[in-house]
Unconditional design. Sequence first.
Length: 276
Amino acid sequence: MNQRTQQRGGHRRRFTRRRTVAALTAAVATGAAVATGAVLTSSAGAAATWPTAKGTRAVSSTIEVSGTLDGGMKRYYGSGELGGDGQDEGQDPVFKLKDGAVLKNVILGAPAADGVHCTGSCTLQNVWWEDVGEDAATFKGTSASARYTVTGGGARKASDKVFQFNGAGTLTVRNFDVADFGKLVRACGNCGKQYTRHVVVDGVTVTAPGKSLVGINSNYGDTATLRNVTITGDSKKKITPCERYQGNSSGKEPSRIGSGPDGRHCLYSASDITYR
C-alpha cells in the first residue's frame, strides 16, 4: 500500500469503477426526479424530499475554494477525469477547500468522484450528495485545533463511507440526513500519519440500510459523541451507533475491538437514539 493510499483510506473496501456512461445515465434520471420536485424514497421505504437543482454544471477539474463558495443549489457532477463514481483509490475531489473555506448550497450529482476535500478547518452548509462516489467528503487538516462542520444537507447511496476523517481535530455533523450507506463517519484506521480525532453527531436523521454511524480508533484517544439521533427503518437495530477500532499507521486492516457506549470513547446513552 503506497503512502497516498494510506492517507486516503482507512478500513476501505475496494470496488471496480462502473462505466461513466452508466453513471451519467443515472444522474440524468435522478436529476429528472429532483427537477420535478419529486419525493425520493429510500429502499427502506422512508421518503425524503430532496432539494430542486437550479441548473447543472459539469466539472472536469477540481474546483479550489478559499473564502466562501455559494453554489446557489446548482448540481455539480464530475466529467472527464472526475467522471468516476466507484470506490477506486486515488480519485480527485470535485471541490477542494482551503483552510477556513465555506462551501454551501451545493448539490453533488453522479458521478461525484471523491466529493469534497478539506485541507484544514472548513464548513459544509446545506450540501447534498445524491449518489456518493468514493467518499462524500474527506477531512485532512493536520492541526489538533482544526474544526470541520457539516450542517444541514444530506447524503445517500454511499457504498462505503460518507465522511472520511483522515486528519486531526474535531468533526461535527449536525442536522444532516443520511440514507442507504455503509458508515457515516470513519476515523482513518490505517493512515501513515495518525492523530487524535473527535467526532460529534447531533440531530442526524438516519434511514436504513446502513452499517454504522461512527467508527473511531480508541488507541489514539478518539471520541464520538452522539446526540439527538433518529434511525428509521431499522427495527432489528442492525446499524451500530459507535464502533471502536485498534488503529495503526502501517496500512494494515484495523481490528474492530468493540462497540456501544463505554463512557470514554463512545459517548452516548440509549436515550440519545430514537428508533422509528
